[in-house]
Design a protein around this ligand. Structure first.
Ligand code: HEC
Ligand code: HEC
Length: 175
């Protein structure tokens, strides 16, 4: 009896260790630094067309439905005309959908999805519940500082936003 119980204990312990050993490297293999950085993505049209007015927002920050809505209205894009030819537009949308928050490709996406109401397909990352919760320590007066401009200006505070790095150590709110 005692012997048997000890046996079960060993099996359970080995099981726990192997689960750990399995989950740690797989997190690293995604290159997401434990979930605070985003997978490195390269896509020519996206980098060329979506990073001239602001940083190329990572696809994992919005669900597919949002990207479809956003890419369908580029002629009226937050007061700008960001129209593209149909082929380029379709190519970028395919890329965004494949890596969207609900594509299952990143831990960040999973977190974002916890606060998204899919019926709403939000057009702004900065209006998702996830974003608002993560930034609840930033006051309204801070967002409107000249050095920041708007919450959409991620790189004002996240010094490595363009590299997809958003961890605590790289945040510095400008005066
Ligand atoms: C001509 C300039 C321009 C181009 C090109 C452009 N955008 Fe934007 N985008 C804007 C402006 C202006 C805003 C609003 C920024 C603000 O509120 O401070 C914006 C906001 C956004 C937001 C919402 C940010 C938030 O508040 O969470 C997303 C998402 C976005 N753009 C995606 C894209 C994508 C994808 C492309 C490429 C297909 C693109 N943009 C190309 C000007 C542009
Ligand atoms: C006014 C400065 C500011 C701006 C602008 C800003 N953030 Fe943040 N962000 C912060 C602060 C402060 C935190 C909390 C840091 C902490 O305690 O981990 C944070 C946290 C985050 C986190 C959480 C990281 C984690 O460890 O879970 C992500 C992701 C993030 N921001 C993304 C963005 C994105 C994307 C944008 C632009 C659409 C943006 N932020 C704009 C200041 C800012």
């Amino acid at each position: 009896m005692n012997y048997l119980l000890r046996g079960i204990g060993v099996v359970a312990a080995v099981g726990a260790v192997s689960v750990l050993a399995f989950s740690l490297p797989s997190g690293d293999a995604r290159g997401d630094g434990g979930g605070h950085a985003l997978p490195k993505l390269t896509h020519k049209n996206w980098q060329q067309e979506c990073a001239s007015c602001h940083i190329a927002y990572a696809p994992a920050f919005l669900p597919k439905a949002s990207w479809r809505r956003l890419m369908g209205g580029l002629d009226q894009h937050f007061g700008e005309n960001a129209s593209l030819d149909p082929a380029t537009q379709a190519d970028i949308l395919r890329f965004l959908e494949a890596n969207a928050a609900d594509s299952g490709n990143s831990r960040m996406g999973g977190r974002v999805m916890q606060g998204v109401n899919l019926n709403e397909a939000p057009l702004r990352i900065t209006e998702t519940r996830w974003f608002v919760r993560k930034h609840d320590e930033v006051s309204r007066a801070t967002w409107s500082r000249k050095s920041i401009g708007s919450a959409a200006n991620c790189a004002a505070c996240h010094r490595q936003a363009e590299q997809g790095v958003f961890d605590e150590d790289t945040v510095r709110i400008p005066k």
